[in-house]
Design a protein around this ligand. Structure first.
Ligand SMILES: Cc1ncc(COP(=O)(O)O)c(C=O)c1O
Length: 428
């Protein structure tokens, strides 16, 4: 085996769907340990296709740039690449991942407010689209263009504007400052630079915000088009994921699907540009919308004890594996029990995590049957979960991917060596 390369185990067996049973979970535990994530790749592919179809129904020139920061599991980026989508990255680490898994530099959009000079140079000279976020980045780009004798450098501009009812964003250029158009003009006049597009992103999931977002971006497009032919308008994300009725109720949100966003965004693009040759590409950067419902987290009940009147169930899992430890959300859970053994009905049990933080509860006031050895499954943990997981108390657990009836280990369990390899440990 090559030095440094891990021997990735493959688990495969006949499986028609992800309808997990206690026996299947027990089988997986033998291979993986007592907690792990499952990525439903088939569901991710369906989400990708449904999302694109909803937008292309109105506006065929729509493209997806998958947001790596939301969940940078390499298999996801690879799958998007195979499906013809772009990568949306915000750091050199994410950029190098995209390159590593075979994404062509031309199909990478680099966003974000921090682009060190050397990294900026790498992105630009490789032929990726860099969405400039600040005046300093603009100046650095002009500098890089001076010494660049290759292909013209491809850039976009992140637009910042107020959205009614929401606080100001801290990203990008204030479009109400005349300097914004000065910069756009300077970029378009530079022989070594191509200003290809404009970009905006807000995290607000409310579909109605997109009327205003699109309107503002069309205004910017019209103004910039007076001196430059733009190839794309990137509307970012802030798009909600597919959610069960139970989760919608819990989060107190309105149920939305891709079609709701397409009905506003893509429909406006269709009305404004038609499908003609001159129609700019509409780029959407979904992360949450594609990945949130594709990942589940499994852990196991290792003890049930009484403290005063309360039942405390301790598990091999933790809220830090998928949420911030301070989150009070009782995410819906499913309990898998060995049907051959008697189970106690608990009127109320607090299902807790392995960390030493008092607030680490996976589920509070659980009512139902529960016993030691049961598995707990938490769904909808695909977005901002593994990427935010710190090696707090325990390293992170493996990830398996489910597709077409079989499971593959796509990330090994982190271990002692993984966490401590960069520390100086030995004293002389
Ligand atoms: C520029 C940009 N694009 C896309 C995303 C993905 O957002 P979401 O998780 O709402 O899909 C983010 C998230 O912060 C972002 O900053």
């Amino acid at each position: 085996m090559e030095k440094g390369k891990k021997n990735i185990r493959v688990i495969s067996w006949e499986k028609q769907n992800m309808n997990l049973t206690y026996d299947k979970l027990q089988d997986l535990e033998r291979r993986l340990g007592d907690s792990w994530y499952i990525l439903d790749l088939d569901r991710f592919v369906a989400n990708y296709n449904d999302f694109l179809a909803a937008f292309r129904k109105y506006y065929p020139n729509t493209q997806i740039a998958y947001s790596y920061k939301t969940n940078y599991t390499p298999l996801l980026g690879k799958t998007v690449n195979e499906l013809g989508g772009y990568a949306e990255v915000v750091s050199e680490m994410e950029y190098l991942l995209a390159i590593d898994i075979g994404v062509q530099p031309e199909n990478i959009i680099v966003n974000g407010p921090y682009k060190p000079y050397r990294a900026l140079e790498l992105y630009l000279e490789s032929g990726s689209v860099v969405v400039l976020d600040s005046y300093q980045e603009y100046k650095d780009t002009i500098q890089i263009a001076k010494s660049n004798h290759g292909k013209p450098l491809r850039v976009g501009l992140r637009c910042n504007f107020p959205l009614s009812g929401y606080p100001n964003s801290r990203f990008g250029f204030d479009i109400n400052n005349p300097k914004f158009y000065d910069i756009a003009r300077e970029l378009s006049l530079n022989n070594n630079i191509v200003l290809e597009g404009i970009h905006s992103h807000f995290p607000y999931r409310d579909v109605n915000t997109f009327y205003e977002r699109v309107e503002r971006m069309f205004e910017v497009y019209d103004n910039v088009s007076e001196f430059c032919d733009l190839k794309f308008i990137d509307m970012g994300s802030g798009l909600g994921g597919r959610t069960s009725d139970e989760l919608v109720k819990l989060l107190g949100i309105k149920k939305v699907d891709y079609q709701d966003y397409a009905d506003v965004v893509a429909h406006q693009f269709q009305k404004r540009f038609g499908a003609g040759e001159q129609a700019p590409q509409l780029i959407m950067e979904p992360g949450t919308a594609l990945v949130a419902d594709t990942m589940s987290y499994i852990c196991k009940v290792i003890e049930i004890k009484k403290v005063g009147d309360s039942n405390i169930a301790i598990t091999s899992g933790s809220k830090v594996n998928y949420h911030s430890r301070t989150s009070k959300l009782n995410m819906p859970i499913q309990v898998y029990s060995d049907g051959h053994q008697a189970s106690d009905h608990l009127d109320s049990a607090d299902i807790s995590g392995y960390t030493c933080m008092e607030e680490d509860y996976i589920y509070r006031a659980y009512q139902g049957n529960l016993k030691i050895g049961d598995y707990i499954r938490v769904d909808n943990v695909g977005s901002y979960s593994i990427v935010f997981k710190p090696p707090f108390i325990n390293p992170n657990v493996p990830i398996i991917a489910y597709s077409k009836g079989s499971y593959d280990v796509i990330k090994e369990a982190e271990d002692f060596e993984y966490v401590f390899q960069l520390y100086k440990r030995k004293t002389k």
